[in-house]
Write a protein of this length. Structure first.
Length: 95
């Protein structure tokens, strides 16, 4: 299980598996305040591969994201709150 908090913050999200080998990524919102968030998966060039809005209702909420349509390579998962403040980032390898 891989997780990374921004400097000065504790990890609020767990992302696994990493590397992603079987076409599905699991995101657990361990300690993220309830509310709407933007979940973006960016290519190494900074282009948006996935961009969706999610509603976190409770701590421990689990979301699954299909990666089957994505090319192999490095990506960055970025989760931002309603004010566009980045709450979490994580590098991911899609195999």
């Amino acid at each position: 299980m891989a997780s990374k908090a921004l400097p000065g913050r504790k990890a609020v999200v767990h992302v696994y598996p990493n590397p992603v080998a079987h076409g599905e990524l699991t995101i657990t919102y361990t300690d993220l305040a309830p509310g709407k968030y933007q979940v973006a998966l960016l290519t190494a060039a900074g282009n948006s591969a996935v961009n969706k809005t999610i509603q976190v209702a409770a701590k421990g909420q689990v979301e699954r994201m299909s990666t089957q349509h994505l090319s192999k390579g490095w990506y960055v998962l970025r989760i931002s709150d309603a004010t566009q403040q980045v709450a979490f980032t994580q590098k991911l390898l899609i195999q």
